[in-house]
Write a protein that binds this ligand. Sequence first.
Ligand code: ADP
Length: 489
Amino acid sequence: MLRSKLCQITFLRSLKGRVFLILLIVGLIPCFIMRYAILRNYERRAVTVRTSDISTQVRILANHLITYHYLQDTSSEVINAELEQLSNLYDGRVLIINADLRIVKDTYGISEGKTMISEEVIRCLRGKSANRYDRENGYIEMTIPITETLGAELPVGSGESVDVVRGVMLVSASNDSIIATMDSLNRQAVVVESIVGVLIFVVTLLMSKFLFSPFKKIIQALDQVQEGYTNDPISVTDCLETEHIGDAFNRVLGRMKMLDDSRQEFVSNVSHELRTPITSMKVLADSLITQKDVPLEVYQEFMGDIAAEIEREDKIINDLLSLVKMDRKSADLNISEVDVNALVELIMRRLRPIAMRRDIQLVYESIRPVTAEVDEVKLTLALSNLVENAIKYNKEHGFVKVTLDADHQFFTVQVADSGVGIPEDELEHIYERFYRVDKSRSREIGGTGLGLSITKSVILMHRGSVKVASIEGEGTDFTVKIPLKYILV
Ligand code: ADP
C-alpha cells in the first residue's frame, strides 16, 4: 500500500530519484545520529564538571560561614564579598537558610527574612546534599548543608567530634554558557550536514550521467526498433545489466518474429488447403457445363466427386475450428471424473466399421479400470485422431492395438499399429499444422494434416505428454500419458 503510494510520486518512480533518496538517507542519517550523540555527550560532561566545581566552591564557603558565625550575623564583609563573587562567577543566586528554615541571605536581596519550606532543604537539614539539573530552564540547583563540627578541638581519634547541621546553602547556577557552546556546536553540525546534502546532490548528478546513460541508450535502441528504423538485435554493452536487458529483448523479438512467421505460414496453409477442394469442384463443374449432352453416368460420377470435395472442405473447416478453440484462452477444459475404459471402448466401437472395411483387426486391452479427471469430449477427439490415423495409415489385413494402463499418478493409452510407419526425420514435424508425411496419400484418404496438432493441444491442456516411436514399413506406436487428477496451475 505504502509502496504503491510512494511509486505514484513521479520523483520516486525514477531510478535517479530513488538513488538520490537512498544516498541522502545513507549520508545524512549518520550525521544526525553523530550530532545528537556529540551534543548529548558534551552536555552531560559539561554539567557534571560545572556541578562538581560549584559544589567544591560552595562547601568551602559553607565552612567559612560557620567560622564567621554568618548564620547569626550576616554583616561579615568578607563573607558577603565571597557570596557576591560566587553568584557572579556562576551567574546564579545563593540563598542561605538557617535551621529555622528562615532565609538569612539572598544574593538577589529579595527573599531575606522569608521562610523556605522545600523538600530538598528539609532533607539537607538532615545532612543530605542534593543537586538537580533543570534542562528545560537551563540551570543547576544545589542544596549543601552548612555543618559545624563539635569537639573538633579534641585529639584526633578520641571519637568525640560530631557534625551538626546549622543551615543550608541553596545555589542556583545558570547553564547559559553550556547552552551557548551547544548552540554553536549545533550550528557547525548543520553546516556540515548541508555540505553533505549538497555533495550527495552533486554525486547523484554525476552518477546519473555515468550510471544511467546506458539505460538511456537502451531506451533509444528500443524506440528505434519500435519505430521500425532497424531490425538488428539490440546491443548495449556499457554494463552487464543493459547487456542482459538487450539479450532478453532480442529473445522476445526473436520469438515474436517466429510467431509472426508461423502465423503467416498458417494463414497461407489454410488458404491453400481451403482452395484445393474449391479448385477441384470448379474444374468438375466447368467440365460438366462445357460438355454438351453429358452421359448420366459421367454426370453422376462428377457430382459424386463434387460431394466428396464438399465433405473434405467441411472436414478441414471443422478441424480448423477445433484448433482455434484449443488456442483460445476461453478453451477452458470441462473437467469431470470420467471412466476412461468406457471412453476408449466407445472410440473403438465407432471406428470398428472403418477398420473392417480394410480388414484391419482392432484390439483393445485394458490392464486395469481407470477413472480420471479429464475433459471427456476433448480427450475423445484426441484419442480418436490417434486410432483413426492408425487405421488410415495401415496396410490391408493389418492390426491396431490400443492398451490402457495406469499407475497411482498417470494413465497411459498406447496406440500401436502395423502400418506404413513414419520416417525418422519426419517424426519431429508430425504435430505441426497441415504437416503430412505423404501429402497425396494423406489427401487421398481424407487427411487434413490437423489431427495430430489437435491431439497434442488437448494432451498438453491436460498437462500430459505424447510420445511416438515408429519404424518405416513396420508400424507406429503413440503413447499418451495424462495425470489422473487434473493439475490446476
Ligand atoms: P492427417 O489428417 O493428414 O492424418 P495428422 O496431423 O493426423 O494429419 O497426421 C500428420 C501426418 O502424420 C499424417 O499425414 C501422416 O503422414 C503421419 N501419421 C500420423 N499418424 C500416423 C500413423 N499411425 N502411421 C503413419 N503415419 C502417421
